[in-house]
Design a protein around this ligand. Structure first.
Ligand code: XMP
Length: 548
């Protein structure tokens, strides 16, 4: 865990220990949505450090509770990620979720065994109503008590739907353990050990668990006694601005601005803090979407921020000539971006670099770093990573603790133009990530026009804000079409529209056929050189969002 920059105010928090589960970030987000600041820490974060956090005074960065995440591993595997059992004795409430629950049982001297069938998907969950974790949870619609187990039918047992995804089962909880919930296939689906260690075999953080939010709320407020004080409002802005002032002193700052919501919000915050001492640098690498350069320039002009605009499109496009490999394209763009930015930044002579790094970026690079051996070929995301060292710049990252939704809430508070606030995320290498093979003028034209049509149709039908990203992809494959009486070959455009939680997993959007049909018809009619349109029905994993 990197150290926090000086002057950053410490908030009371709940810590999520990350055992590598796909929903780890979701747990953090759910806590924050409930108004409690939460952080994801690696599972082997030193216990002594956790202890220091637990022992802090309330209101001074105290750890109020710890949640163990899920994991793709089994506690029965020798090399599965495990924390020290001392975490259970810090005196602070703990909640284990799925693998986290099994790990608690294991650390408490209990027994976990490999299940024969596992349990995946929705299940009826029966729980003891008197437990604090289930306070106020009414029976589900289909409700009433039922299933197997004591207390059935006597009004002391509730029933609700939960989302299960596990193979191993807990057989014994060790000392002081009590079963407080079960399903037909899982006799220990929820437990309490002594007064404040809890485990649930299901996933309260996913929407399919009907009362998941209530269960997490009970853990945070009835068991950890957290305060509901995490919100993005004027007060948050005021504190952030003060923080930036303290960090920067009377120094000068440059900010690489792409026109996306992260970098724009960063710039506006820094500008609020230090005004003219901030210079934004906006580089057009020739891989922007249709109309994007003009829109960003207009927003910059209206913002009153000092900025430099560099049209480096020819430089980038000629460097990309003949480059077909996806990774190689990213490298060329990254290298050139660094060069161009460096030339401009040197003229300005700043001491600080403001970056729109957000929480998942930071945690995911730390996660990737920790598992370097396994993650053999992650796409090298293009950013200005090497810049601080090259130019001897100190980093200012005011959004480093925020999720995308929180950045959008902040952008709204700062009254950032809607066009920027609601814009879908766009990759640093721009359209090069959406053009398979060599970037040519023809493919750029097709990608731009087809993407514009995709966006227009989504906006018209009210879907734009309901999806995470939507765009067109073009490659080198050709397919035959028939226009009037003549056959001709042309390009295939692939439409990619996904919903996502912070881009770590993604699902293709089940868009109504009529909308897809309109997009397809318009693309083949309006974009010269396209004969076929396809829809990408791959999710992440195993596919990524961008094709290259
Ligand atoms: P993938 O394609 O890896 O993308 O599923 C995950 C998210 O990251 C965006 N993306 C990038 N963002 N530089 C960026 O700043 C990049 O090189 C880059 N590549 C992908 C992508 O659009 C998606 O939101």
């Amino acid at each position: 865990m990197e150290s926090r920059s000086e002057g950053v105010e410490e908030r009371d928090k709940v810590v999520i220990l990350d055992f590598g589960g796909q929903y780890s970030h979701l747990i953090v987000r759910r806590c924050r949505e409930l108004g409690v600041y939460a952080e994801l820490l690696p599972y082997d974060f030193p216990v002594e450090e956790l202890k220091k956090g637990v022992e802090r005074e309330k209101g001074k960065g105290k750890i109020m509770g710890i949640i163990f995440s899920g994991s793709p591993f089994s506690v029965l595997d020798e090399n599965s990620p495990k924390c020290s059992s001392a975490v259970l004795n810090l005196g602070v409430p703990v909640l284990g979720i799925c693998y986290g629950a099994q790990l608690i049982a294991h650390l408490n001297g209990g027994r976990v065994r490999r299940g024969e069938r596992g349990e995946f998907g929705s299940a009826d969950f029966f729980f003891k109503k008197e437990e604090r974790l289930f306070k106020g949870i009414a029976d589900s619609e289909s409700g009433g008590s039922g299933g197997s187990g004591e207390g059935e039918g006597d009004g002391k047992v509730g029933k609700t739907k939960v989302w299960m995804s596990h193979e191993d089962v807990i057989e014994d909880l060790g000392s002081g353990g009590e079963v407080i919930g079960w399903t037909e296939n899982t006799p220990v689906a929820a437990f309490r050990i002594r007064s404040n260690i809890y485990g649930v075999q299901f996933h309260p953080e996913v929407h399919h668990t009907e009362k998941g939010k209530e269960i997490l709320r009970n853990f945070l407020f009835e068991i950890c006694f957290c305060e509901r004080n995490w919100r993005i409002d004027e007060d948050f802005v005021r504190k952030k601005v003060e923080e930036i002032r303290r960090e920067v002193g009377d120094g000068r700052v440059v900010c690489a601005l792409s026109g996306g919501v992260d970098s724009f919000t960063t710039a506006v915050l820094v500008h609020k803090a230090i005004g003219e001492r901030l210079t934004c640098i906006f580089i057009d690498h020739g891989l922007l979407r249709e109309g994007e350069r003009e829109e960003v320039l207009k927003s910059l002009e209206n913002s009153g921020m000092r900025f430099v605009f560099v049209d480096a499109s020819q430089r980038f496009l000629s460097a990309l000539r003949g480059v077909k490999d996806a990774e190689e394209k990213r490298k060329v763009i990254g290298r050139l971006f660094l060069e161009v930015f460096e030339e401009e930044a040197r003229k300005i002579g700043a001491e600080f670099l403001a970056q729109g790094t957000i929480y998942p970026d930071r945690i995911e690079s730390a996660r990737a770093g920790a598992s370097k051996g396994r993650a053999s070929r992650i796409k090298s995301h293009h950013n200005v990573g090497a810049l601080p060292e090259r130019l001897n710049l100190k980093l200012v990252e005011p959004l480093r603790d925020l999720y995308k939704d929180e950045v959008r809430a902040l952008a709204k508070t700062l009254r950032i133009p809607e066009g920027i606030l609601k814009r879908h995320p766009f990759p640093g290498p721009g359209l090069a990530a959406r053009i398979i093979g060599e970037v040519t003028a023809e493919k750029l034209r097709i990608c731009r026009s087809a993407s514009r049509i995709v966006e227009e149709e989504l906006r018209k039908s009210g879907w734009y804000e309901r999806v995470w990203q939507a765009f067109a992809v073009v490659g080198d494959d050709l397919a035959t079409g028939v226009f009037g009486d003549a056959r001709k070959v042309g390009r295939i455009v692939i439409i990619r529209i996904v919903s996502s939680e912070e881009a770590m997993t993604a699902d293709f959007v089940r868009l109504p056929y009529e909308i897809l049909e309109r997009m397809s018809r318009r693309i083949t009619n309006e974009v010269e050189g396209v004969t076929w349109v396809a829809y990408a029905v791959s999710s992440k994993p195993p596919s990524t969002i961008e094709p290259c």
